[in-house]
Design a protein around this ligand. Structure first.
Ligand code: SAH
Ligand code: SF4
Length: 359
């Protein structure tokens, strides 16, 4: 059963690893050991799976298997401590993952001080087909979907970086890097299951963000294991939304909000609405009021993001005053609303800036 092609172990779940061990003439227990070794102990190479007997490791090698984490091709460290990784796969495709540490003090975190929490932002596709007008990833178009192993592999690769040291229970994962997770749904949800059952992340520490692929919102609602849901709303009327997010022609605000209303929330869970503010386009007082009406009755939080500019993006960033006015209208209307601080803008790591830029 010699296999010429390299196959990766990362991305296989426990039943698959047990079946592989049996196929190679060993007991299913060996498969469970691999599962524990690559996910829980984060062994990046076969030789680091030290609990395995040598002949089983040899059998895996002969069959063409490696752990198969993505290669760190480039790493950019921001003055605010954010780290952007360019991670490459054997077919020369690459994606970006971002480490976003946070201190206890909110504003003004800088490197060198103690970070207490962190978020890892991962990609679900190489590129994106959705074509939102304000997003740099859109300009790449879609290269391909990532496998479950490539999604999980990004997180393991980041956790393996020595510069990144925090206990796992203080780390959040957001599926908000390159790509639309709900257009790669099966691989995305398999990655979630491995992150929960294998790596040991709590579901409540993960959030998936969608541009509004409505049928998959209903699918997610049925999942026994699932992250929290964020919806990139970005406009409160169909005309504006269609202008900046052409996907709105397929699933308009009516359908999107209906799906959000039907989404079953767990104890103390909220839906997040993401809203990128574009100067003079969707940041007016009337937009804020319409947004309030739209989300009325949904247990939600709104995250406002002032546009992160980039080459080829035709919109401008609103001033801080305008953002504040918008936020206050929502808060006064009873919707908890936060302004996301841009992180890692100097290294092009902020929301919507992921485009494999080698800056
Ligand atoms: N494709 C998914 C997840 C990745 S995008 C989605 O669209 O939800 C993650 C977030 O970044 C989205 O909320 C998106 O609206 C936001 N974003 C995209 N481009 C941006 C930009 N230039 N500035 C600020 N936020 C941006
Ligand atoms: Fe794709 Fe999200 Fe960017 Fe839209 S905002 S183009 S869905 S990555």
């Amino acid at each position: 059963m010699k296999n010429e092609k390299t196959q990766t172990l990362v991305g296989l779940d426990e039943p698959e690893l047990s079946a592989l061990a049996l196929e190679l003439g060993h007991s299913a227990y060996r498969g469970r050991q691999v599962h524990h070794g690559i996910y829980r102990q984060r062994a990046a190479q076969l030789d680091l799976l030290s609990t395995l007997p040598g002949n089983f490791r040899g059998a895996l090698q002969n069959a063409g298997y490696s752990v198969g984490l993505p290669a760190e091709e480039k790493k950019f460290v921001s003055t605010d401590g954010t780290i952007r990784y360019l991670l490459g796969f054997p077919d020369q495709q690459s994606v970006e993952a971002v480490w976003i540490p946070e201190g206890d003090g909110g504003e003004g975190d800088d490197p060198g001080r103690n970070f207490h929490r962190a978020t890892i932002c991962v990609s679900s596709q190489a590129g994106c087909a959705v074509d939102c007008r304000f997003c740099l990833t859109a300009l790449m178009g879609l290269m391909r979907n990532l496998t479950a192993g490539e999604i999980v592999g990004q997180i393991l690769a980041v956790l393996n970086d020595r510069q990144v040291a925090l206990p796992q229970e203080r780390i959040n994962i957001v599926f908000m890097g390159m790509g639309e997770p709900f257009l790669n749904y099966d691989n995305f949800i398999k990655a979630v299951r491995i992150l929960v059952n294998g790596v040991g992340f709590a579901e409540s520490r993960m959030t998936v963000s969608t541009s509004g692929i409505v049928p998959r919102i209903y699918d997610l609602a049925q999942e026994p294991v699932r992250p929290r849901l964020a919806i990139s709303l970005n406009a409160a009327d169909d005309e504006t939304r269609t202008r900046i997010m052409p996907i709105n022609r397929k699933w308009d605000l009516g359908l999107l909000i209906e799906a959000a209303r039907a989404f079953p929330l767990r104890n103390r869970e909220y839906i997040f609405f993401e809203y990128v503010l574009l100067d003079g386009v969707n940041d007016g007082v009337n937009d804020a009021r319409r947004l309030l009406d739209l989300v009325a009755g949904i247990r939600c939080k709104v995250n406002l993001i002032a546009l992160n500019p980039g080459p080829g993006i035709e919109f401008a960033t609103p001033g801080a005053g305008q953002v504040e006015v918008f936020q206050q209208i929502l808060i006064k209307g009873g919707v908890p609303t936060y302004v996301r601080r841009p992180r890692g803008r100097d290294i092009f790591a902020a929301c919507g800036q992921l485009k494999r830029t080698v800056a």
